[in-house]
Design a protein around this ligand. Structure first.
Ligand code: BGC
Ligand code: CA
Length: 303
């Protein structure tokens, strides 16, 4: 164990800072990482081969981005789902939700193994992680462009992923400090039997984005914790902790060759003037190598 852990390396690979970097997703076809800067209002694509970074500004706060099967992306921005044509650099709205709740916005999202885009909302923040409580919901955008509302009463809708057998949906409402699970119906996209699978210690920070690895364990980025935890949702235990050189670690995904690197996003928004010089890499994106475990390829929205 110690031998394996000693080869872990954390490298800052994308030095362009994000106010709140989030929603990283690997694109195998051109070895790129796609992600958003939520309050910086942009979607970015970084080539791991050339180091080139290309960004498109969004009209609204943008919580998440996912690849679309026919090309381009889908984003959850403001309270809309929109398609992005990267070549034309244009957006088109697919669905507009929460019209009766102007003080909410989309946050994290991910595509399920059947091609549906799940994303949750939250109240607008007064300061980072300070929101009017219980304003958020979880939604999914289906391939026929219809939208399902799964539940409400969410504080900060965040990390999500599915078990390797597609029978469980894992979910984080950040301010609840836990990882929850639902039985997942892959045929319908329906959720049932909500339960807690892991309680996050406050010392570890606020649970934020997460992803599953090829062994069915979850990697949870902890905001204000400067770390990513590997947890076992079967036993409710923490298996590993990887520290990063910045406190506001926001999300993570596997990428690189055979999905053996873990990419971790971070934020600098909300740091005070004294903290900023101590963390010159706050807002950058990191690559963790040598973990000895792989991820799985992301799914694309099929509509
Ligand atoms: C949200 C941030 C929030 C953070 C901490 C992120 O997913 O987008 O705005 O401050 O979680 O909970
Ligand atoms: Ca997040």
């Amino acid at each position: 164990m110690l031998g394996a852990m000693s080869s872990i390396k954390v490298q800052c690979v994308i030095k362009e800072k994000n106010e709140i970097g989030e929603s990283p997703v690997w694109e195998e076809k051109d070895s790129s990482l796609v992600y958003v800067d939520i309050t910086g209002q942009k979607v970015s694509r970084w080539s791991s081969l050339t180091g080139q970074l290309d960004s498109i500004a969004t009209e609204n706060l943008v919580g998440s981005v996912v690849p679309r099967k026919g090309g381009g992306y889908v984003i959850a921005e403001g309270t809309r789902f929109s398609f992005v044509d990267w070549v034309k650099r244009s957006f088109s709205t697919v669905a507009h939700l929460d019209k009766e709740k102007p003080n909410t916005r989309f946050n994290d999202g991910k595509v399920d193994p059947a091609g549906r885009f799940f994303a949750g909302t939250m109240g607008l923040e007064l300061r980072p992680a300070v929101v009017e409580r219980k304003q958020g919901s979880l939604y999914s955008l289906h391939p026929d462009h219809s939208v399902v509302h799964h539940f409400d009463q969410v504080d900060i809708s965040n990390g999500l992923d599915w078990s390797l057998d597609h029978r469980v949906f894992y979910y984080i409402d950040s301010l609840a400090y836990k990882v929850e699970a639902f039985d997942y119906n892959i045929q319908t996209g329906g959720l049932s039997n909500r339960r807690v699978v892991y309680k996050v210690e406050e010392d570890d920070g606020i649970p934020d984005g997460m992803c599953i690895d090829a062994e069915g364990k979850l990697w949870v980025a902890c905001y204000n914790g400067g770390r990513v935890l590997r947890i076992d949702p079967q036993t409710g235990t923490q298996l590993q902790k990887v520290k990063l050189p910045v406190q506001k670690t926001t999300s993570c995904c596997f990428g690189g060759k055979d999905y053996s690197d873990l990419y971790v996003t971070s934020a600098y928004k909300g740091m005070d003037e004294n903290a900023l010089p101590k963390e010159p890499e706050a807002g950058c994106i990191f690559k963790v190598t040598g973990l000895g475990v792989k991820g799985i390829p992301p799914y694309s929205y099929t509509g």
